[in-house]
Design a binder for this molecule. Structure first.
Ligand SMILES: Nc1ncnc2c1ncn2[C@@H]1O[C@H](COP(=O)(O)OP(=O)(O)OP(=O)(O)O)[C@@H](O)[C@H]1O
Length: 278
């Protein structure tokens, strides 16, 4: 569905943001794109939707080259940017103006999502708070029916109940022929939603693994003392004792702690990546 081969992208000569990047993504999955500040997550999403163009390499999304920006491609891709500036129109006018770009747009679904998010209907978009505007855009994104949904920090600016609603809305409406990439630092908001983890580091995807494979290879536990466990790969002091990431030798079934996993990969790459044959 999304295939990037040997992709190279930079804003300025000699300062690569994405280098020889390889990525192959399938429909029916929600990918969590993780990386430190400035790793290139947004740039990657913008290359996928055709808002930035690679200098070299192949970028194939739904059989199209995004850089050509063909209407048949653009109507199947939606990017929710991290920052945005909406026009000062009412919600109905926004739909009248922008929904025609998406032939599969489902207005009933849009209204349903707005209802779940409890967005007040009536005022113009500028009379809504930033978080409420974001909820309008998330609802719009999901209603487009686009096959590729790219979300850059979607839960930034959402209050605590809205983060739960976000998970609920997404979990309930993603079709098997759709693929979603969520770029986020707010991993705790989303770790129950994500099927596959992508980690972008040093201009490349250094890890692409289903959550199920990560928890098959690694266990995530809280222990009172580090003596009561075999030496972990990575540990952090927690409120009561330690949170540890260890090789899953006893085939335990622990849930994925995505924040711990990301921190562990950043600190102990050479111990963790070989477990996944990379
Ligand atoms: N318009 C631009 N012109 C020049 N350099 C840019 C531009 N936008 C981003 N960069 C640089 O490209 C690199 C990748 O930026 P990008 O925004 O893709 O990272 P990110 O992983 O999304 O970061 P964050 O997590 O902070 O949002 C950074 O070094 C950034 O400074």
């Amino acid at each position: 569905m999304i295939s990037l081969q040997h992709l190279n992208f930079s804003y300025r000569k000699g300062r690569p943001v994405l280098s020889d990047l390889q990525l192959d993504l399938q429909p029916g999955r929600i990918y969590g794109l993780l990386g430190k500040n400035g790793a290139g997550k947004s740039s990657l999403l913008y290359n996928i939707c055709g808002l930035l163009f690679p200098q070299s390499g192949h970028c194939n999304v739904l059989g199209f080259n995004p850089a050509r920006r063909q209407p048949a491609f653009l109507q199947q891709v939606y990017l929710l940017p991290e920052t945005f500036d909406l026009p000062d129109v009412g919600i109905d006018d926004y739909v009248r103006l922008y929904a025609p770009f998406y032939p599969a747009f489902d207005e009933a679904a849009f209204k349903k999502h707005l209802g779940v998010f409890d967005v007040p209907h009536g005022p113009t978009l500028h009379a809504l708070s930033h978080g409420q505007q974001k909820k309008v855009l998330i609802s719009f994104a999901l209603a487009t029916g686009a096959k590729v949904l790219l979300m850059d920090e979607p839960t930034n600016g959402l209050d605590i109940p809205s983060k739960r609603q976000f998970r609920k809305v997404i979990a309930g409406c993603l079709r098997d022929d759709q693929c979603m990439i969520i770029s986020t630092h707010q991993v705790k908001d989303l770790d129950s939603l994500i099927d596959d983890v992508l980690i972008l580091e040093d201009s490349r995807i250094i890890l692409q693994e289903p959550v199920s494979r990560i928890t098959e290879k690694l266990s995530f536990r809280q222990v009172m003392s580090l003596e009561e466990t075999e030496p972990p790969i990575y540990s952090e002091g927690a409120l009561k004792g330690y949170a540890v990431v260890a090789v899953n030798r006893r085939e335990e079934h622990s849930g994925l702690d995505m924040e711990m996993f990301f921190n562990a990969v950043m600190v102990e790459k050479e111990k963790i990546l070989p477990l996944f044959n990379r």
